[in-house]
Design a protein around this ligand. Structure first.
Ligand code: GDP
Ligand code: MG
Length: 437
């Protein structure tokens, strides 16, 4: 992958100590190849490598004590700049109700999915969105939106289902009547850019005067992405990009080209099919991820999203009273909510590499542990110490696992519990110290 190739290049530089101009040239050639293979637009690559090279070939860098680190930092900075430097927020007009957000893009790019995800995100922020089904060309399109809407509890306006412009206009009146403060307009797309599609998008735009037009771009589009976004920029114009299906594209080439080619910011990235998989785009984090430095912030945010008061209470209780099997079960469910072990590990620095070397993680081990815990009685879960040989056999039989696996689980629990008591001792020690002062 792109990350692996760049990391290899940096590893080679680090192994050298002192760097010469020739070393930098070799590294830059490798970076160029890696970016091209990741489908980054060739003009973007050319400019990118030229500016990196210029910054690297200074006495300041070459004669520094840590030249390789400086090169990595320069590439990271340039990559962050390429991706837009700062987060570009969704701008909502304060003095207009409802606000109108219109989505455009090719068919299959992920507009309808993104419309629902955006509605879900805005609903979570206390807004009351309305989804407008303005893809009137495919009969199933409105049904798809209606299904997504009912999953996330957001109303969907279908109007007469015939004239996209009329549906769009009527959806604004509907929103006013029902006190929806945001209308998200889903539109039709074609497989290729075509005149009728562009005219319809422009007509909807004129009818509803959107506060924001977002273009949904499939991250896996490849080199063609440049033509597509440029044409939309010229014909309809848009304020920002939602990059979809980034979960399926480890190369990240599309994301790297779009900003440079159109000057339009990426505002959101979509990382899966579930309604909560739309994330605000952070150029610095994406750059770090591409360089294999891990998206630790993303994971922390994800953790914050799923952590509720119940879990905070649970953590406090664990510190007070020790760690039960129910706690372990709860933690595993937490991992599931965060997208599974593989997602968490790959977000850690060097994690993607470690995963690749290991050939992935065995997510099913979570399921096996869950099965064993579920075969324990309430008392056993609360006080695993009482689980003797007899009970181990029963748990193994009940969960379809071996006694050795049950032993292993109890051993792990023992170690976790030891760690927990150490933490308990440390926090109590800390408060004693404070008292003494
Ligand atoms: P539209 O034609 O632009 O409205 O595209 P859809 O929203 O109908 O999406 C087309 C297909 O891509 C559907 O099967 C979606 O489930 C899928 N899809 C959309 N966004 C994502 C994403 O971020 N990740 C993945 N893996 N699939 C997605
Ligand atoms: Mg659609």
């Amino acid at each position: 992958s792109l990350s692996e190739r760049l990391q290899d290049t940096f590893d080679k530089l680090r192994g050298k100590g002192k760097l010469t101009e020739a070393d930098i040239n070799v590294a830059m050639r490798e970076i160029r190849m890696a970016l091209l293979e990741a489908d980054v637009n060739f003009r973007v690559v050319k400019d990118f490598v030229a500016s990196c090279k210029e910054k690297c070939l200074t006495a300041e860098v070459l004669d520094s004590l840590t030249p390789a680190q400086n090169v990595v930092r320069i590439v990271l900075d340039q990559l962050t700049e390429l991706l837009g430097t700062t987060e570009s927020k969704l701008v909502l007009a304060q003095n207009r109700t409802p606000n109108v957000i219109m989505l455009v893009g090719l068919q299959g790019s992920g507009k309808t999915t993104a419309a629902a995800k955006l509605a879900y995100l805005l609903k979570g922020q206390g807004h009351s969105p309305l989804l407008a089904a303005c893809d009137t060309h495919r009969p199933a399109a409105a049904d798809q939106l209606a299904t997504l809407g009912s999953e996330i509890g957001v109303p969907v306006f279908r109007g007469d289902g015939k004239d996209a412009v009329k549906v769009a206009s009527a959806s604004i009146r509907e929103a006013v009547d029902h006190l929806n403060d945001i209308v998200i307009v889903d539109t039709a797309g074609r497989l290729q850019i075509d005149e009728e599609m562009m005219q319809e998008a422009v007509a909807i735009k004129q009818a509803v005067k959107p506060d924001q037009i977002l273009m949904v771009v499939d991250a896996m589009t490849g080199q063609d992405i440049v033509n597509v976004v440029q044409t939309f920029a010229e014909r309809v114009d848009f304020d920002g990009v939602i990059m979809s299906k980034l979960d399926g594209d480890a190369r990240g080439g599309g994301a790297l080209s779009v900003r440079a080619v159109t000057g339009k910011p990426i505002k959101f990235v979509s990382m899966g099919e579930k309604p909560d998989s739309l994330e605000v785009f952070h150029p610095d984090r994406m750059a770090k991820r591409i360089l294999g430095m891990g998206d630790v912030y993303g994971i922390i945010e994800q953790a914050q999203k799923v952590a509720d008061q119940e879990q905070i209470d649970a953590a406090e209780r664990m510190l007070r009273e020790g760690f039960t099997m129910d706690d372990l079960l709860g933690q595993m469910q937490q991992i599931r909510k965060m997208g599974g072990l593989a997602k968490i590990i790959s977000a850690l620095p060097g994690g993607e590499r470690a995963l690749a070397q290991q050939g992935g993680v065995d997510e099913s081990s979570l399921g096996r542990i869950e099965a064993m815990i579920r075969s324990m009685t309430k008392e056993e879960r609360a006080r695993p110490k009482i689980i003797n040989g007899q009970r181990r056999k029963r748990i193994a039989a009940g969960s379809g696992r071996s006694v050795q696996e049950v032993n292993q689980l109890l051993k792990q629990w023992g170690e976790m519990n030891k760690m927990m008591s150490k933490m308990r001792a440390a926090t109590q020690g800390g408060s004693k110290k404070q008292r003494r002062q």
